[in-house]
Design a protein around this ligand. Structure first.
Ligand code: Z5A
Length: 212
């Protein structure tokens, strides 16, 4: 099995259940004796997490969509070089909460960044590394936002630059995610994330089984 086959990415709009599912998948693989790294983007390493803070925090300065896109890819390259590629080279599995499909959906679909430019950056930054499986947790925007708002209310966290976006923005993001899935059905598995956590987990584990 090539390194990329053990690289699993989780995607979806806010509140889709990616973090919840990442933990379940990691446990399922560990039970089978695999070593698993769960990580996230933007972020995953100390330096990339600093870029995450920069790109998510809302402050007085304008961050143009182009700047946002470049920051996402800068964090991605640091994450790939320092965490993802070394782990895959050691034979470990990597479960990553968001990857380049998020840039395609958020910066491309949501902010209107040119898709061809995103692909040029992806080619340069990823240097041939693609996920072996992407689980797209799909659900109606209103439901995702309601879940995220409930969780935020419970934690008291401040609203970041994406959480401040409109329903129309997340509707475009969701639509672009579904386009990506239609264009790459062999890599992207769409899961109905409005179902119960148990049903979502079963669908994800079945997709994982097909990969092995
Ligand atoms: N971003 C970008 O623009 N471009 C990029 O290239 C990348 C990222 C990589 C941070 O991402 C932001 O970065 C993100 C896009 C942008 N902003 N947005 N939106 P993030 O992944 O850290 O943030 P997030 O999407 O806001 O994550 P999230 O809100 O934590 O969502 P989640 O991980 O998918 O959901 P969760 O925490 O697992 O679940 C949310 C709540 O729902 C929680 O209370 C759960 O207990 C509950 N839940 C989960 N599953 C279920 C089910 N099945 N039923 C009922 N309730 C459930």
């Amino acid at each position: 099995m090539s390194g990329g086959a053990r690289f699993i990415t989780l995607e979806g709009i806010e509140g889709a259940g990616k973090s919840t599912l990442a933990a379940t998948l990691a446990t399922a693989l560990e039970v089978r004796g695999q070593i698993v790294r769960t990580t996230r983007e933007p972020g995953g390493t100390a330096l990339a997490e600093r870029i995450r803070d920069l790109v998510l925090q809302r402050d007085a300065e304008t961050v143009a969509p182009e700047a946002e896109t470049l920051l996402m890819f800068a964090a991605r390259r640091i994450h790939l070089d320092n965490l993802v590629r070394p782990a895959l080279a050691r034979g470990e599995w990597v479960i990553c909460d968001r990857f380049t499909d998020a840039t395609r959906a958020y910066q491309g679909g949501g902010r209107g960044i040119d898709a061809a430019w995103i692909e040029t950056l992806a080619t340069a930054v990823q240097a041939g590394l693609e996920p072996g499986l992407t689980l797209l947790l799909d659900l109606p925007v209103e439901l995702g936002l309601a879940r995220a708002a409930r969780r935020r209310g419970a934690s008291g966290a401040r609203i970041d630059r994406f959480e401040a976006e409109t329903v129309a923005f997340f509707t475009r993001v969701r639509a672009r995610y579904l386009e990506i899935a239609r264009a790459a059905p062999q890599r992207v598995c769409v899961i109905d994330a409005s179902a119960t956590p148990e049903t979502v987990q079963r669908a994800a584990l079945a997709a994982l089984e097909r990969l092995r």
